[in-house]
Write a protein that binds this ligand. Structure first.
Ligand SMILES: [Zn+2]
Length: 195
């Protein structure tokens, strides 16, 4: 009986403590969540790249606004999953060219990758953060432009500016292809054999 009342006392104390320290809802909360998200993702392009066309840039002679960012890189530069998630769509369309939609497992949004040269993943496949899912290209309506990744983020049914999510995100080191690695291994072995 003594133990029971002590336990109750502790429970009440803990409950009141957590209640009094509960964070107040402030307008800064949204900003903090974007900043927090940017620390949990990686940059969608591995290797040398430059963000050129940002959110809201004019499209179609001012008829449309750019609903994403354009990350320019050499054709064939690896494109990576910025977070753990699932490939919910893989398509080839006249506008987006070869595209991938990645539904994040850790954030409430879906990432859109367009104008890819290669798609390395299939629809329904689960991917890990930093995994190479394709390469930069200029497919779709980007075929007359320099190769770049059009990168968009959709939250529910609306596009949001992806720049705050990725601008400070760490870059994944561009891995050498398995072919190169195999060649390197062979030549090492060759040297050893010659010795
Ligand atoms: Zn674009």
């Amino acid at each position: 009986m003594k133990n029971w009342s002590l336990l109750t006392l502790i429970a009440v104390a803990v409950a009141s403590l957590s209640f009094s320290t509960a964070p107040a809802k402030t307008p800064a909360k949204k900003k903090r969540s974007v900043a927090a998200a940017s620390r949990t993702v990686v940059f969608p392009v591995a290797g040398k790249s430059r963000i050129l066309d940002k959110w809201g840039a004019s499209r179609g002679g001012g008829v449309r606004r750019h609903k994403g960012i354009d990350i320019h890189a050499r054709k064939g530069t690896p494109v990576v999953a910025l977070a753990d998630g699932r490939i919910v769509e893989r398509a080839h369309t006249p506008i987006g060219g070869k595209t991938l939609w990645l539904k994040s497992a850790t954030h409430p949004w879906t990432a859109y990758y367009a104008h890819l040269d290669k798609q390395y993943v299939t629809e329904g496949q689960y991917v890990r953060k930093g995994q190479v899912i394709g390469t930069v290209g200029n497919t779709g309506n980007a075929r007359t432009t320099p190769p770049h990744l059009h990168f968009g983020v959709a939250r529910g049914k609306s596009w949001v500016n992806p720049l705050p999510f990725v601008k400070n995100a760490p870059k994944v080191a561009a891995k050498t292809s398995t072919k190169k690695k195999a060649t390197a291994k062979r030549s090492t072995r060759g040297r050893k054999a010659r010795r």
